[in-house]
Ligand binder design. Structure first.
Ligand code: ADP
Ligand code: MG
Length: 238
């Protein structure tokens, strides 16, 4: 069953063309990794899906509903940024509750959801701390937890592991691979780490030059690259 559909999405900033006719159909519960050089429009595309940017043309559908005119909070999508963007003056608990309060979720349900997610991500002992009192890895998990409590249909993760050291990266990678079992959601993750994409993703989308260059399983991308750019980018022997 199709979860997300992008139909011919185009975006320019003034004379800079960032996305030119991006189309994609994603299955429910699929884990898709976006790979591509810096500046190839990966973050812009996630921001368009989440509603933080507006496409110049094209359509975004989620579970049969066209969402590209909806407010970000009404889309059923959660975006976890590169820089965690936690509110520094709020505790972890308040950070996690914020979006739910805005969505008018009842107070007791907010408490329940936060407790459950915090236990799963092992951040339950951090709930009364402020972001400044957390390590980078803890902040990362809080940012992911804040997205999970919203119970989105679609998670968008923009280089979620890029600020972590190697050991923590590995641990968080394992957590991400379990995300689909824990929560009933589909995941798009932008990464510049090919090994990460190859190990985590059901399918990989390679972006360059404003367009999707190839969509395929990690094996497809590696052993049957669609063009020279993809071959060079993923370092395949072809
Ligand atoms: P990526 O995430 O793949 O590195 P981005 O989506 O961040 O790429 O950026 C794609 C292009 O769009 C870059 O050339 C960037 O400079 C430009 N860009 C992104 N956001 C803006 C903005 N708000 N205003 C102007 N240009 C932007
Ligand atoms: Mg980016």
């Amino acid at each position: 069953m199709t979860c997300l559909s992008l139909i011919d999405v185009c975006k320019s900033y003034g004379s800079i063309h960032v996305l030119d006719g991006v189309s994609l159909a994603m299955e429910r519960k699929e884990f898709i990794a976006f790979l591509g050089p810096s500046g190839s429009g990966k973050s812009t595309l996630l921001r368009i899906i989440a509603g933080l940017e507006t496409a110049d043309s094209g359509e975004v559908w989620l579970d049969g509903t066209r969402i590209d005119r909806l407010a970000p909070g009404d889309r059923g999508v959660a975006l976890v940024f590169q820089q965690y963007a936690l509110y520094p003056h709020m505790t972890v608990r308040e950070n996690m509750a914020f979006g739910l309060r805005n969505a008018k979720v009842p107070a007791n349900e907010i408490t329940d959801r936060i407790e459950t997610v915090a236990a799963t991500l092992e951040i339950d002992r951090l709930l009364d701390r402020k972001p400044g009192q957390l390590s980078g890895g803890q902040r990362q998990r809080v940012a992911i937890g804040r997205a999970i409590v919203k119970a989105p249909k679609l998670f968008l993760l923009d280089e979620p592991l890029s600020n972590l050291d190697a050991a923590l990266r590995n641990r968080t990678r394992v957590e991400l691979s379990q995300l689909r079992q824990r929560v009933d959601a589909s995941v798009i993750m932008v990464t510049h780490d090919q090994a990460e994409a190859m190990t985590l993703a059901d399918r990989i989308v390679v972006m360059n030059d404003r367009r999707i260059q190839q969509i395929g399983t990690p094996m497809d991308i590696y052993s049957r690259p669609a063009n020279r750019f993809v071959a060079r980018f993923v370092g395949s022997p072809a």
